[in-house]
Unconditional design. Sequence first.
Lengths: 403, 452
Amino acid sequence: MINLEAPKKAGPLINQAYQAAAQVFRPISRKYDRAEHTYPTELDMFAALLDGLNSSGEGGAGAAGVRRNEKDGEKKGNRNGANLNVVLGTIEMCWGDVGLLLSMPRQGLGNAAIGSVATDEQLKRFSGLWAAMAITEPSCGSDSAAITATAKLDGDEYVLNGEKIFVTSGERADAVVVWATLDKNKGRAAIKSFVVEKGTPGFEVVRVEHKLGIRASDTAVLRFENCRVPAGNLLGTPEIDTKKGFAGVMQTFDNTRPLVAAMAVGLARAALEETQRILAGAGVTIDYDKPANSQHAAAATFLQLEADYESAYLLTLESAWMADNRKPNSLQASMAKAKAGRSVVDITLKCVELAGTVGYTEESLLEKWARDAKILDIFEGTQQIQQLIVARRILGKTSSELK
Amino acid sequence: MRAGSRLRGEATVAAPRKRDAMGFGLGALTRLAGSKTIERAGLRKPVQNLVTAGTRSGFRAAGAAGRTFKSVRKLGKPARLAPAEDTGMFDLAPSEDQQMIVETVTEFAAEQLRPAAADADAKLAAPEGLLTRSAELGITLLGIPEEAGGVGEGRSVVTNALVAEALAHGDLGLAVAVLAPSAVSTSLVLWGDAQQQADYLPAFVGDNVPAAAFALQERTPLFDPFKPATKARRTPKGYQLDGVKSLVPRAAQAELFVVSADLEGRGPALFIVESSNAGVSIEGEPAMGLRGAATGKLHLDKVQVPAGALLGGGKVEVFTEAVRLSRLGWAALAAGTAKAVLDYVVPYVNERVAFGEPVSHRQAVAFSIADMAIELEGLRLVMLRAASRAEQGKTYAREVALARKLATDKGMQIGNAGVQLLGGHGFVKEHPVERWYRDLRAIGVMEGAVLL
């Protein structure tokens, strides 16, 4: 039966995540925006709590990976599972603070990658590890097939060489999932991901970036110089299957894009709620029945923003629900990411404008949110990359036809 | 409103403009068209067209010669549809029944509505027999409880939304024409008392479903349905209605209306009006789009209706729900027509070659397609959420408002992009996209007419 409400059984999880966001993240939100590069020690204890939540098996409040268990396919009927839970939890946490969620130990996107493509043996071996994700290079961003970092098999080890930038939690994480090519001549099919643990000789954190937003989260530049990792640290299969091509590593995105969309949705909700409160204080209330054009211009604008928010929210739930029900969801994941990414930027910037000085100064968090929002339309695939993916699907075009 | 006096000394978006040399030339040409010289100048045809348009909108006649609505049997209490149960699960998959209904209606829309749409648009009327065939589909029956002769087993707002969407994929104007009677029957099911249901519902479950219209719209800038200018005054026998309703679907054929009117300054209320009532007259009101719905003005001039004509006891909650369920209907229609645009434009941009390759290989074109698809999917989900909440008896004011906002903005954006992507071909009537562009502008303007 068609029903677009959050599943009832996710209620306690949503509430827990909300409580954490309100009681743990919000009170230290401004503190770590100002103290960039300082590790939020408050998170350690909370992270342990999250581990407990996630080990419940139904996923939880962080960026836990999502596995497609074969056995799940046998179960008939509508499923509301880990994917929806993770997305719903993420929305609540990012209502609290996006930067702090990204700083959560063991909740990194690298963990999502491990969770999505690792073998069962690898999953066991890397459990409890906090993993960051390293894809982007100084001369390649969106075009991740063009990466130049190399991995050469030498005995039972891979030797990694290259430089990675924009690595979220690259300094604090225990390990990094690094994308590198086994053979530059074999194109995207040769790109594999490798788990490199901190302290491995030849792995160096060059520096951390100063950023527009999400300052609580460290963003690092990493260098690999003849860095040797066990062959078993290659995630998935080492074979270069040109038919499957990029599928292995790209599969990660089907699971991480709904998460980033969820981050955007949570942040957008925070900004809308705060703005609604500020507007109410100024005597402007939102009426859902009265025609928008007959209301205060600020109320009409608010309705438009809220409509975009709602669209992004439901697209995000749709992409997670499809994953829960073992339906291919890359189209919906990209739709959600595109809509949520552009909407959160639009919404938070407009909210600053509507709130005026209160929104623009450090008095409220609105200005911070407007800065934090921008990354959500960039990482895990920019707006334009999502549009490309959606367009190729809708038009039935390959990446060589529609470049 | 006189433009000259309005512009003087008032702040407007654009600076006041004066008539220039070109304007004078055009004015002279217009006067020429009115003279006998048009014969010699070969200007006869355009003038004829003007005359035709004049007759269309100037046509005013009494309401359709209606049947006598006879009470067949009266139930002890009004028949209502129970709200759907809440499963507590997020689910986007339609039920088997819904799937079957949607498939049937989709086929009907493709075979009956789409091919007839251009002609209906030009002639301002649905083709002969189409509405009878659509009545045979049983769309109206879905919303009428079994004990009142229908097939409805429960409130089915989601199914209604899917039906509206599927019909609008065929054609928006004709979809409105098809759905207009069910707006009236649904209002009777939701708010009619036992007598009203006994009087009017039998006609809607019979072989000859009457044309009927749910009329909220009025000819007012910034129209607010909660503040109708149409007045209802208490009389010793019932009420007297005075006012004009605008863009009423199938107005000239409708035998039964539900209209909104302000009840003695206390707010809006709904009244049942039969077309045979003295003082009811209809005037053609062709518009930019929705032309297949044969829209017209409904004039109510000292119309006397009995006390039993007041629907839903004049309660404000009833009226509010009527407005919301109608807006929901328009959002569903927008989703259907927006999908029609996307489905039409995708093969076009794939086949159209420019600079040696399909135009869809260009990002400017491809991204426009992507945005159409993204906004359509979002609009659809928001609309469905509102529908499912309404169906389950949950609050849905917020969700409907957001669905309406998206339907208005994104629906039009999609219609606009559709014409743009076809370029000149989008502007000519050889393709249906220009009609969808005109039809989609109705979303956000229209209140009433449909009701889920």
